[in-house]
Each structure stands twice: as C-alpha cells, then as structure tokens.
Design a protein around this ligand. Sequence first.
Ligand code: GLN
Length: 249
Amino acid sequence: MQQAKLLVSAVLGVEPGALLVHTWAEVTDEQIAIIGDLLERRISGEPLQYILGEWSFMGLPFYVDERALIPRQDTELLCETAIQWMKERGYRTALDLCTGSGCIAVSLAKLSNSAVTASDVSADALALAQDNAELNEVSVTFFESDFFQSISGKFDLIVCNPPYLSRDDMGHLQKEVTFEPEIALFGGEDGLDAYRKIAKSYRPFLNDGGVLLLEIGSTQAESAAKLFAGKTSVRTDLSGNPRVLIVEA
Ligand code: GLN
C-alpha cells in the first residue's frame, strides 16, 4: 500500500502526503494508464526503486536502474564508518572500489570533504555513477577497473561493498533482487572471492596509517577477517549483524 502510494504520487508529481487532498477529477486518463503500468511492473516483482528511478542514500538523491545494485540502508553503516574515519584521522583521499551506482563515493565526496576516486569493472555502472556525481554536484574521479587492476596512486582510506553472496544465497534470492545485476551480487562459491582478491592486492594502494573498510555478509565476519594480515575489527548493523570489516594498515 505504501509502495503503491509512492508510485501514484511519483506519476502525479505530488508528495505522498498530498494524495488525500488530490481529487480524481485532476488525474488524466494518461496518468491512470501510466499508474496501471507501473503497478503491474511492481506486482511482477520489479523493485520499487528501479520503477521510481531514484532512491535516497545517506539523505542524498541517487538515480537507480538495472546497471547497478540498489543502494541499501545496511550500506549506510559502511559509509558512516568511512566518514567517521576520514574526519577523526584527518584523511584526505579515499578510493571506493566496486562503486556501482556511486552511492558511497558520492556520499563521501559530499559529506567528508575529501578527494574521492571510484572504480568499477562495469562501464555501464560507471556511467550511472557519473550521473549521480553530477546530480549531487560533486567531483569524483572514475576509473574502469577490475578491482585494483587499473588503479594507480595511494589512498588514506579504501572502501568497498563487493559482491559477496554465495552460490547457495544466489539460489534463495528474493524476487526483487533477481532484477539486480548478478555481477554485483555473486561472490563465488562461498561468497568470499572478492575479499580474497582485495586481500592479495590492497596494501600498495593504502597509505601507512590508513584503513580498508569492507561490507560483509552477516555470516562472513570470521572467514573474511582471516584473509587479512592487518589488525581487523567488525562493526555490527542495527539488527546486530556483523556488517563492516575494518582492516587497519
Ligand atoms: N546485501 C546485499 C543483499 O543481501 C548483497 C550486496 C552485495 O553482495 N554486496 O542483497
């Protein structure tokens, strides 16, 4: 019901709260037809966020579509942790690997006043991320890169929300999640492939005294931490699940 309201208000161009005072006389046949189409898409399982085409993350607006993962509220913890480290340690540079929609990179640029570089293996995702940087009026340097392959330079902070679902997880996806790019979700047989790649190659890209922050699945804290030689700790999300792995250089 709440989602239907959001769709209807998006088509009518009014705030959801204003729907009660909107009389049907003001709604055109064309708008009714569009609302019908959007509701059918939602009923078929397409995520509300893709249908609306825009979603909020860290209080900022982002374009969202099939080119990248929908920004999750869970991921705000990763982003908040990054902003906290940037501020407390006086970090000036950040790299966001696997940026997808660019939600983390753009939020960091907007909210932490640092120079942000972002990369993704998908050129399509990067185009979306670039649009999101423009939407939020920030400047982010984008690279097309498979993890660190085409990255140069060193950073104070590296942040990444990699694909981390296991093959078993992929077999039990919510209908909505099946609309999102598999490349952004599937982390190999046990879900840990991305962490293995990052553990092998991150160190030369991180300044001494810097930090690597990784989003992890709720069951991966121990197995992911074991892959890293540096000092590790874990932050839990609002539901009490391990969500962010912190690796200190
Ligand atoms: N948290 C996402 C989900 O459960 C997965 C995101 C990811 O693999 N980075 O759908």
